[in-house]
Write a protein that binds this ligand. Structure first.
Ligand code: ADP
Ligand code: MG
Length: 231
């Protein structure tokens, strides 16, 4: 009779599942957590899956954002032969502009453009304020694990950096997150409505110095688009 090592069998099945999940853009580590709130209506097309309804049709048309998408696609790597290429290492952007300038729109547009380019995108999006709320130590929550997951996610949209009330804890958590992504060279889309000196005052030199090196700064026209059109 042929004997099978149950441990090895389990590993093979697990590896296959991980590969299948990766091919469908599902992070096995976070597959039970949607990237955003449950969608209110079906996505416009598959590139919009998981995006908040407001940004479902977002199109990245800023030249620097388009260039970033191209670079991330160029750096994409297939986890094994024959598999779809996935977001790997790559450059990051610091999108700076007034409230309503269109930063979040460009960021989601960039995620859609990566998908439309046919590469696998495991991504997470969070505002910095929501992230701090999720990472606050509290009974029953594994904040270290959550921080590790966000730090290692291939693509992160960190929205509205510097908008939360500054504190030593906020500075420390932001430093640990940015430092890990800096070391791993993982593409990160950061948006902020603060000038760099205010970001430094709020989050410290260790964060802003890394951001300065790892990101290209994208400036937005100082126009609040929310006041230009009805909701
Ligand atoms: N290029 C664009 N085309 C159409 N609508 C846009 C564009 N950029 C932004 N918007 C809309 O303008 C509003 C503000 O954009 P948003 O990205 O949320 O601003 P910010 O993140 O800079 O505060 C949103 O309703 C968004 O959908
Ligand atoms: Mg925004």
């Amino acid at each position: 009779m042929r004997t099978r090592d149950p441990h090895r069998l389990g590993e093979g099945v697990l590896n296959r599942m991980v590969r299948i999940l990766a091919e469908r853009d599902i992070d096995p580590a976070v597959s039970t957590e949607p990237a955003e709130e449950p969608a209110a209506a079906p996505a416009a097309d598959s590139s919009s899956a998981g995006l908040p309804p407001r940004y479902r049709n977002a199109t990245a048309d800023h030249p620097q954002v388009i260039a970033w998408v191209r670079e991330v696609v160029r750096h994409a790597v297939a986890p094994n032969t024959g598999a779809r290429r996935q977001v790997a290492t790559g450059p990051s952007l610091l999108m700076a502009g007034v409230v309503g300038a269109g930063k979040t729109h460009q960021a989601y547009g960039a995620i859609r453009a990566l998908r439309q380019a046919g590469i696998g995108v495991r991504w997470r999006a969070t505002t910095a304020a929501d992230l701090y709320a999720d990472l606050r130590p509290r009974p029953g929550a594994d904040s270290e694990r959550e921080l590790a997951a966000v730090s290692r996610c291939p693509l992160l949209l960190l929205d509205d950096l510097g908008a939360a009330k500054p504190s030593e804890w906020v500075e420390e958590v932001t430093y640990r997150l940015i430092n890990r992504r800096y070391n791993l060279m993982l593409p990160t889309l950061v948006t902020t409505n603060l000038a760099i000196k205010d970001l430094r005052a709020c989050l410290g030199d260790r964060v802003t110095s890394r951001l300065a090196q790892m990101t290209t700064r994208v400036e937005f026209e100082p126009v609040d688009r929310r006041r230009l059109r009805p909701a």
